[in-house]
Ligand binder design. Structure first.
Ligand SMILES: Cc1cc2nc3c(=O)[nH]c(=O)nc-3n(C[C@H](O)[C@H](O)[C@H](O)COP(=O)(O)O)c2cc1C
Length: 198
């Protein structure tokens, strides 16, 4: 079977929902990198714009009214993605609850897909959040990408117009997306031939 040459669909999941958050600056910059590529097509899923419920139904039970409508704004987009980038800050040496909640609402949507990370925060640049996310994503049969973009003191790496002033970050973003594209194509091709067995 011939592999498709269609661009990979990359869902960029914005983890912070905090009021006054820095996340849009980082996300817009990343989206700019994605827009420059012919092999990747971005869909930014912003959890502040599409908030998900935090109460899960009992096993085998219907969720409370309104839940399905809210999931419908997110779940099909995750299902359609060939690859993901999680944009995450570091909160208390981990990732935000809003991101974990979005991850936990889904399962098959993650299977057999690559996940890259763009993290930001104080001194650690969100790397502690990323290392913990790797453990979570392994449980969901996702393939995490080695290269990361990690922005320590993130606010010092962008000017007042949101333009990145850090050449190392630009290089890191390209390397991350190169690896994401390789894994995304490899896994999509493999699934088209063999399907996926969780
Ligand atoms: C609840 C909370 C906990 C935080 N904990 C950490 C931390 O452990 N390490 C760190 O480097 N920065 C920490 N920060 C700083 C954030 O990384 C920084 O404020 C970042 O801009 C948050 O992302 P956001 O603005 O998109 O929500 C914390 C911020 C918040 C709100």
């Amino acid at each position: 079977m011939l592999a498709t040459t269609e661009p990979l669909r990359v869902a960029v999941l914005v983890g912070s929902t905090r009021e006054g958050r820095f996340a849009p600056v980082v996300t817009k910059w990343l989206a700019g990198h994605l827009d420059q590529r012919d092999d990747l097509r971005a869909d930014v899923v912003d959890l502040a714009e599409t908030p998900l419920p935090t109460v899960f139904p009992a096993f085998g039970q219907q969720p409370p009214p309104g839940t399905e409508e809210r999931l419908a704004l997110v779940s099909p987009r995750l299902a359609a993605a060939d690859a993901f980038v999680l944009v995450t800050p570091e909160y208390n040496h981990s990732f935000p609850a809003s991101l974990k909640n979005a991850i936990d609402w889904h399962n098959e949507e993650w299977h057999g897909k690559p996940v890259g990370f763009v993290s930001y925060g104080g001194l650690s640049g969100g790397l502690r959040a990323v290392e913990q996310l790797r453990v979570v994503m392994a449980e969901l049969n996702a393939m995490t990408i080695r290269n990361t973009v990690s922005l320590h003191d993130a606010w010092s790496r962008f000017d007042q117009d949101g333009v990145c002033t850090d050449p190392a970050a630009e290089t890191a973003a390209k390397a991350l997306l190169d690896q994401l594209a390789w894994w995304g194509h490899a896994l999509r091709d493999a699934k088209s031939v063999r399907g996926y067995v969780a």
